[in-house]
Design a protein around this ligand. Structure first.
Ligand SMILES: CC(C)(COP(=O)(O)OP(=O)(O)OC[C@H]1O[C@@H](n2cnc3c(N)ncnc32)[C@H](O)[C@@H]1OP(=O)(O)O)[C@@H](O)C(=O)NCCC(=O)NCCS
Length: 167
């Protein structure tokens, strides 16, 4: 008689801890001009590799910051993180490499991350015209609670953003 074969894990999205070897991939992903325009509130100079590496090494050593690498089909597709904003409110953010956009990766990664990070309320921000990010947040249960404006490095001007909260 044949032995039962375990059901294969068909999940194509996984979160895991960040490995140092992920950082050059994250660096390349955050260089994309369209992604920068969307995210708007970005690093002053995304092409500054040393500044990027220093920032990430510091973030990985900060116990108030939780970061996970998003794997899609076994490849490093991006990152999702939570940190405390200037008012010490926990906030989430994420960045997906362009080749992986439009496949539900951000939505699945954020919902998995929200099971990992149990603190509530949890906040998020998105430029008012970052419709994809707003959609991801709202699909994951976040609701718009206010708005703000700030200087967006990627656009060299002050722009408006929505503040969202998950209770
Ligand atoms: C925003 C971002 C995370 C989206 O990632 P993604 O993996 O493509 O997102 P998903 O596929 O899970 O979902 C995107 C949703 O937005 C929708 N969407 C995409 N572009 C849209 C647009 N221009 N207008 C309206 N909705 C849009 C998609 O249809 C989808 O919704 P649906 O499932 O109801 O169809 C990704 O583009 C990214 O990393 N951008 C650069 C960095 C960034 O903006 N980070 C967020 C900072 S707040």
């Amino acid at each position: 008689m044949e032995k039962a074969v375990p059901t294969p894990d068909t999940s194509d999205m996984l979160l895991r801890d960040v490995m140092r070897s992920d950082l050059p991939i994250f660096f390349d992903q955050q260089l994309d001009p369209d992604a920068n325009h969307m995210a708007a509130f970005t690093a002053k100079d995304p092409s500054d590799r040393d500044a990027f590496m220093a920032r990430w090494i510091r973030m990985l050593g900060d116990e108030t910051i939780t970061i996970q690498t998003i794997l899609f089909d076994g490849q490093v597709a991006g990152s999702v993180l939570s940190y405390e904003d200037e008012d010490e409110r926990p906030e989430v953010s994420y960045w997906i490499g362009k080749p992986y956009w439009g496949k539900g990766v951000a939505t699945r990664a954020l919902s998995a991350f929200l099971k990992h990070i149990e603190v509530r309320p949890l906040y998020a921000r998105a430029a008012k015209d970052n419709l994809a990010s707003l959609r991801v947040l709202e699909k994951c249960g976040f609701a718009r609670i206010g708005e703000d404006k700030g200087f967006a490095n990627a656009r060299s001007e002050e722009i408006e953003e929505f503040i969202l909260r998950l209770d």
